[in-house]
Design a binder for this molecule. Sequence first.
Ligand code: THU
Length: 157
Amino acid sequence: MSEKHLNITYQEYGSLEELDDKDRELALKAIDAMKGSYAPYSHFNVGSAVRMSNGKIVQGANQENAAFPSGLCAERTAMFSAGAKYPDKDMESIAIAGGVMGRLGHEPATPCGACRQVMAQYQAKSGKPMSVIMVGDGKVWKFDRVDDVLPLIFNSI
Ligand code: THU
């Protein structure tokens, strides 16, 4: 037996102002997308924005449903929309912002496991790293590739 270690590196920014222009724009688009959230059950409003290789930005927001599993997270709403709209383009980056009652949380909003798996698929589809930006009021985290938020990605089929 040998013990293995996974080493994950990410960047923490103290505010949106510290991000480079492209990442700040995407983070602001994710915050803006929170307006489209429909969350009558959790009251947790999430927005997401995907930057495509053609420079377009596609937004999404969580959509809840009385039949709970029928709802969908903001990130998947954004990625599926982006994938459907620009099937031949790559997803370069995704930003996520969220908070209770439409107010951006202090801590960055972190994507659920199912959304990470979908990110992994689109990253594999493009063959290039897709960065993941998690936006909070007090800090922002940036991961340079999906592998860093979903180690040991399922890609066996
Ligand atoms: N939610 C997202 O939109 N993204 C995530 O990654 C985690 C959770 C939504 C789903 C649901 O509408 C609400 O947040 C509470 O779970």
